[in-house]
Ligand binder design. Structure first.
Ligand code: DGL
Length: 286
């Protein structure tokens, strides 16, 4: 069996890494991947025509996610896939792995691993979409690491970010209401949480507001960084995994979307931390 942390999984020359999200929020994960592997080629697809996934059933999420990831492998030659979407990682990872002949990494396990590394009390909070919370994927991954996890769906946050209201008083108020409810439930259940996991691609954009709303001393983590580190380790082997901060390299990134190309181009750079350039429209069917 391959030791995924020491042996390269794909050819190190001209490799293409496919990154999939239901929308363009997953560009936060791509951003972290570029920091770790600036010399890789990236193909990103956001299934913007069918966003949000977070309110849909497992069956539908799996069908949509498989179509997008097959596009990355078959049409773009991706040799490794990162599922940046928490909802697809929670509900469709097995279906994606069955459908494509390349290694696939989701964000749930790296997110839970980051929570384990951050928490001292071993009690953590997770905020995510409805579908992710109902799957209890984060709770399961945290439990496997000896953590207790309390999850809460925050369905209003994705549309607020999509609207561009990442620094808006309404968004701040909504965050406070959700987190106050979550902390009250944690207290009622006798938990002593010291870590909050941002279990959704869009929430890193709200990080400043979230950090203002959490109790003092609570660590806020997102899975983008730990997923990128895990992907780099799997692809390059541990020794060659990290090339952080190398912005001098002109990383090749192609972005595709199934709809709303203009909005993707307009808002995507906030998520990616650099201009997204021209986004190509793809029709994956209904
Ligand atoms: N990408 C999704 C996630 O990370 C959020 C947006 C959606 O609901 O599709 O869970």
């Amino acid at each position: 069996m391959t030791d995924s942390l020491t042996e390269p999984l794909v050819s190190t020359s001209a490799r293409t890494i496919g990154v999939f999200d239901s929308g363009f929020g997953g560009l936060t994960v791509l951003r972290a991947l570029v920091d770790h592997m600036p010399r890789a080629r990236f193909a990103f697809i956001g299934d913007t025509a069918r966003l949000p996934y977070g309110s849909k059933s497992r069956r539908t999420i799996a069908r949509y996610a498989v179509e997008s990831t097959q596009f990355l492998v078959r049409e773009q030659g991706a040799e490794f896939l990162v599922i940046a979407c928490n909802t697809a990682s929670a509900l469709a990872l097995d279906a994606i792995q069955d459908a494509v002949p390349v290694p696939v990494l989701g964000v749930i396990e790296p997110g839970a691993e980051a929570a384990r590394a951050a928490s001292r009390s071993n009690d953590v909070l997770v905020i995510a979409t409805d579908a992710t919370v109902q799957s209890h994927a984060y709770q399961t991954a945290c439990n496997h690491r000896g953590l207790r996890a309390l999850e809460k769906a925050c369905p209003l946050l994705v549309p607020l970010v999509e609207e561009g209201w990442t620094n808006h008083p309404v968004t701040e108020q909504v965050i406070r209401i959700y987190l106050d409810e979550l902390n009250a439930t944690a207290a009622a259940e006798g938990l002593n949480p010291d870590t909050l996991v941002l279990g959704c691609t869009h929430y890193p954009l709200l990080r400043p507001l979230i950090e203002r709303a959490v109790p003092a001393g609570m660590r806020v983590i997102d899975s983008a960084e730990s997923a990128a580190a895990a992907a780099a380790a799997m692809i390059n082997g541990r020794a060659a995994a990290v090339e952080p901060g190398n912005r001098a390299v002109d990383t090749q990134i192609r972005c595709f979307a199934t709809d709303s190309v203009e909005k993707f181009e307009r808002l995507g750079s906030r998520f990616l931390g650099r201009p997204v350039g021209q986004v190509e429209l793809v029709d994956l069917g209904g």
